[in-house]
Design a protein around this ligand. Sequence first.
Ligand code: HPA
Length: 279
Amino acid sequence: MNEVYEKLQKCAAAVRAKTDFRPEVALVLGSGLGEYARNMDVKAQIAYSEIEGFPVSTVAGHDGRFLFGYVRGVPVVLMKGRVHFYEGYDMTDVVMPVRIMGLLGADKLILTNAAGGVNQDFAPGDLMMITDHISTFIKSPLIGPNVEELGTRFPDMSHVYDPELCEKIRQAAGRTGIKIREGIYLQCTGPNYETPAEIRMIRTLGADAVGMSTVCEAIAARHMGMRVCGISCITNMAAGILDQPLNHREVQETADRVKDSFERLITEVIVSLAPQRKP
Ligand code: HPA
C-alpha cells in the first residue's frame, strides 16, 4: 500500500476508535481564531498528541486538537491548531489532518487563516473570502506516488474554492451585515515574513493576501473531492506597505479584535452549508 495512505488510514482509525461522530462540515481555525469552539456543542475532543504518528503543532496559540460537535445542529469537526510546513514537517504530514477530516465523512471544508494584506485597498481587520490561490512558492502536497484511493494523479484546480460555497459565504455575510472582501491568497513557506520586494512581486502576480498556510490544505482537499471554501482575516498590511515592522503579536491582536464577527460569520456559513440537523 502507498506509505502516505497507510499512515493516513492508521491515524483515521485511531480517531474512529475514540469517537464514532460523523461530521458533515470540517473547519480549520487560523491564528487567533482558536476560541471558535465556544460556539459549538462539543461531543468529543482528541488531542493530536493522542494519535500515534500524527504531526503535532508547535506554534504558540495553536494547541492542536480535533473537536467534534454541533454548531446549531450541524455536525462539525474542527481543527483547533493546524500543522505548518515551516515547522519542518513534510507536506504530506501538513495536510494529513485535513485528509483525515475528509475520511471521517466531512465533504465540505472551511479554511480560515490570518493573512497579510497585499491589496492596498484592504485594512487590518478586514475579512476576505478566498476566490482562488497561488501555490507556486510551496511544494505541492501531492508530490510523490499518487494516493489513488484519494484521487487522481493530475487533479483539476480550476475551481478550488467551490463557487456555490463562495456564494453561500457572500449571502451569509449579507445576512449578518459583515463586510467581506474577496481576493486571491498566496501561500509562502514562512516562518519569516516576506520582504517589501517580495510583496511587490506577490502583488504583481495578482495576489491580494499572503500567508503561511491554507493553499496546501485546499489542494489536498480538492484532490480527494472535498468541497472547499476559505476566509482570511487580514491581520496586518504586508511588508513594506506601512512604515512598521511586522510581528506575530499584531497578527494575534487584530485576529482577536475581529473574532466576534468572524465567529458569527463562520456560524452563519456552517448553517447554510449543511441542511442536515441533529434529530
Ligand atoms: N505574511 C505572511 N503570513 C502572515 C502575514 C503576513 O504578512 N500576516 C499573517 N500571516
